[in-house]
Design a protein around this ligand. Structure first.
Ligand SMILES: O=C(O)CCC(=O)C(=O)O
Ligand SMILES: [Fe+2]
Length: 223
């Protein structure tokens, strides 16, 4: 498999010019950290609120998610899993807040902004190989702080668009295991989605079945 050859893993990806406020940092998470996050992922999956397919207009998404800090449903954030067992979702762990600082600092070079970034909500998504996520804006949050996104497992085709419509102009990029993607400032409300998962592209030994984890950190601006 090509992706397991280190030569291929290190093949440079062509730099794409992203809109202001958007940043892509390939290979941000070392493999050991990816593995460690996979272990946390398995723990989150065991509760108190189990993973579920959120409903959009009554139809289940193809992506499964668990939440930390705030429970996300399309259109709203609640403290408890109101559409499931009513349990409180676990808080965003301190290490994740620190990971958010590090990510934002590396992405923007803005020490001040990085230090004042305190995400109180994380969405942990699981994409089985056939899963997709349609174009949408992350707009349940009231705070304009950036969304910080980590990818682990199989690569995906990530579509990043404009703030006006879900249609063109947009650009397609590949998010691979370990990549960081940040969108803030003028790109904070850009439409984005995942158009496909690329099978058999995960690094070996992650401890994951075929598929992709995405973790997004957010600042809800709610109390
Ligand atoms: O999986 C991704 O990279 C994006 C996830 C996303 O857009 C979301 O959870 O709102
Ligand atoms: Fe999103």
């Amino acid at each position: 498999m090509m992706s397991m050859d280190p030569l291929f893993d290190e093949a440079p990806r062509p730099a794409v010019e992203l809109p202001a406020g958007a940043h892509h940092l390939p290979g941000f998470l070392p493999l050991e950290e990816q593995r460690w996050l996979v272990e946390r992922f398995h723990e989150w999956g065991r509760g108190p609120v189990p993973p579920r397919y959120p409903l959009i207009g009554g139809y289940p998404m193809s992506v499964q998610s668990v939440c930390l800090g705030w429970h996300w449903n399309p259109g709203r954030l609640t403290r408890r899993a109101v559409d499931q067992n009513g349990e409180l979702v676990p808080p965003v762990p301190d290490w994740m807040v620190r990971l958010g600082h590090r990510a934002l600092l590396r992405a923007t070079g803005d020490d001040e902004a990085a230090r004042s970034y305190v995400p109180d909500c994380a969405l942990v998504n699981w994409y089985e190989p056939s899963a997709r996520m349609g174009m949408h804006q992350d707009k349940e949050e009231r705070d304009p702080a950036p969304v910080v996104s980590f990818s682990i497992g199989d690569s995906c085709r990530f579509r990043f668009g404009n703030t006006e419509t879900r249609n063109k102009p947009y650009m397609d990029l590949e998010l691979r295991s370990g990549d960081l993607f940040v969108f803030g400032g003028p790109s904070r409300l850009a439409f984005h989605g995942v158009t496909r998962i690329m099978p058999d592209t995960a690094p070996a030994g992650l401890g994951l079945p075929p598929g992709r984890i995405n973790i997004t950190l957010r600042v809800s601006g709610l109390d």
